[in-house]
Design a protein around this ligand. Structure first.
Ligand SMILES: C[S@@+](CC[C@H](N)C(=O)[O-])C[C@H]1O[C@@H](n2cnc3c(N)ncnc32)[C@H](O)[C@@H]1O
Length: 281
């Protein structure tokens, strides 16, 4: 029986989504094929409505021929949403419990994976600065999105976003004002360059790229939530292999459940924040 005009045929829709994701992966190198299906479908349908495109096939054509449309898709898909001191409880734990351990090393290595536009890198750098550890820290900050990394490198953000982060900064144990760390000019603020002096920014795709160093702390917050279980497992293996013995893994608080067969390699060390310690190779 033919479908009603305008009605969604779920089988056809699944094929169209698969073709859209193949096209995006081949053309832009973004691989959404292993992302969790329902939030991804929701984001596609929402973006199509915003672009005024009636079918996923037409949307595929638009996205492949119009890079700006693809960038709008990335923004609408929510994969870029971030804020400073978003994981305030985890950062308080870093100050109180992880920093004393890190002080026993002559130099310390961090990996912030999926750092987006860099707000969580600045937040970590401020915590390390206030703990007297920033000068011997190296932070590798990586993301799949080159556009986000170029914003991150500038250390410039809209003033209104930063003002709303003051409360989270205080919750992370901050005792100053964030305004001590930036200069405002019009609607923008620019963070003190010294905060980012020890940061190496690089493109790295968690779906396909390999481990590139060993780290005392790996922070990968609000990234795994977009991945399917097989991709989460791949990323967990990568992070576990990249973590020094007794090192810490920091996930988002809503990602606390480790989707990984070898989860007993970690001990959860915080009751609500997603902070784990590697206890086994
Ligand atoms: C919601 S943002 C989270 C940013 C920040 N970590 C936070 O907690 O606010 C998700 C980030 O993951 C990045 N991302 C998505 N897929 C990725 C992949 N396969 N490899 C590396 N980064 C990825 C996106 O580009 C985006 O910057």
């Amino acid at each position: 029986m033919a479908a009603e005009p305008g009605a969604v045929n779920p089988t056809l829709e699944a094929i169209e989504i698969q073709l859209l994701l193949e096209g995006i992966a081949l053309h832009y190198g973004y691989d959404f094929r292993d992302y969790a299906p329902s939030p991804l479908r929701r984001n596609i349908v929402m973006s199509m409505a915003m672009e005024g495109v009636p079918t996923i096939s037409r949307y595929q054509e638009r996205i492949l021929h119009d890079p700006e449309s693809f960038e709008r898709f990335l923004d609408a898909a929510g994969v870029n949403v971030t804020s400073m001191f978003r994981e305030a409880d985890a950062l308080l734990y870093v100050r109180q419990e992880i920093v004393p351990w890190l002080r026993t090393f002559p130099s310390v290595q961090f990996w912030v994976a999926g750092c987006g536009t860099g707000e969580d890198v600045i937040s970590l750098a401020i915590v390390l600065h206030e703990s007297g550890l920033l000068h011997r820290s190296r932070i590798y900050a990586t993301d799949i999105n080159g556009r986000s990394l170029s914003i991150a490198r500038t250390g410039r953000y809209p003033l209104e976003n930063i003002a709303s982060a003051e409360a989270d900064y205080a919750r992370s144990g901050g005792r100053r004002s964030l305004s001590d760390y930036y200069l405002a000019s019009g609607d923008l603020v620019r963070f003190d360059r010294s905060l980012l002096a020890g940061v190496t920014w690089a493109r790295h795709n968690l779906s396909t790229d390999a481990s590139f160093n060993e780290f005392h702390v790996i922070q990968c917050t609000n990234v795994l939530t977009y991945f399917s279980v097989p991709l989460q497992e791949r990323v967990h293996r990568l992070m576990h292999d990249s973590l020094a013995s007794a090192g810490y893994l920091i996930l988002g608080r809503l990602e606390s459940m480790i989707r990984w067969q070898k989860r007993d390699s970690y001990q959860r060390v915080h009751p609500t924040a997603g902070v784990y310690r590697k206890v086994r190779r």
